[in-house]
Structures are given as C-alpha cells and as structure tokens.
Write a protein that binds this ligand. Sequence first.
Ligand SMILES: [Zn+2]
Ligand SMILES: [Zn+2]
Length: 185
Amino acid sequence: MKKVCKDCKQEKDISEFGVSKGKKRNICKKCHNAKVIEARDLRLRGLRKCRGCHEIKPISKYNKKNMHVCQECLAKKAQKRLEKKQARERNEMQKDKKNIDTIYEKMINHKETLGLSTYPDPEIKDSYYKINWDGEYKRGTRISEGKVIAKTDSFLVLESRKGIRECILINDLKLGEVELKEVSI
Ligand SMILES: [Zn+2]
Ligand SMILES: [Zn+2]
C-alpha cells in the first residue's frame, strides 16, 4: 500500500510512515525526523516554529498553555471566532425581525378574516398623546401619555411629563392594538 507524504509530497510505501496515537502519520518518517531535529535545534536556541504562520519566533512569543501556535496567531483565531459569532447573532436577529414582520404583515393584510377592524395608517406628529393600550387582541386596559421624542419607520418613543418612556410599534397602531389621541398640554 502506498501513501503520499503531506510534507515532501512523495508517494511512499506505507511502511515509510510512522504511527502516532494509534494512527499513521500523514508525513513520512524522513520528514517527521527532520521536523523533530529542527524543533530540537530551535528549542536549544530558545526558538519555536509556529504551526499557524510557520514563522520561527522566540519562546516568549508563545503562551505556555498552547506552545504550538504563536500569540499573534492565537489572537487572530480569537478575533475570527468573535467575528463569526457576531455574524451569527446578526443573522439570528434579522431572522427574528423577519418573523415578526411576517406575522404583522399577515395580521394587517387579513384583518377581516382575523376579525380585526381596519385602521388608517397612523399619522404621527411631534405632539403630546394620550396612549390607550386597550388593544383588540390583548386584554387589560392601561392609559398613559407622552410626547413623541423619537420616531422611526417601525416604532416611536413617547415620554411622559414624569419622564416615563413608552415604545410603540407602528404595526401595533395599524392594528389598533394601541390607540393614540392627540391632546394639548
Ligand atoms: Zn515526506
Ligand atoms: Zn503564528
């Protein structure tokens, strides 16, 4: 049986490959020995070859817990992991937002079928409003008030005279879940 060495790229008989942890190495005995000698030689000079960037660096550039990869490579790896995690989280958030939007879209487009009344698209001015939370598909009555202090396409924030803030979704207004009544102060 033959096997190609990952290091010298030569096809050699399987007997030319050593065993490590019960498995045949992917580099031949000759290449392995050369590596062992090189590593020992470097060690004697206080150096070590990084398995990540393949650069020869002083031992001080390595972490005691992981001597195979230099600190710089470790930091790069950590950064990549973080970026991946952030991308994953962004993705999840976008998915969630899409789900919420889809639910609202269905409710808004099928109000009659769902037994909900229709409301005109809300026209929001930078005024003071009385907020009626006694919505169509939720129970319980709560009335608060506030001035519009922030407004986006999907929500608005109102602040009461006491400084209490309420966030209202535009879609909730469209569904009549929340009602705003302009009041003078
Ligand atoms: Zn080889
Ligand atoms: Zn490195």
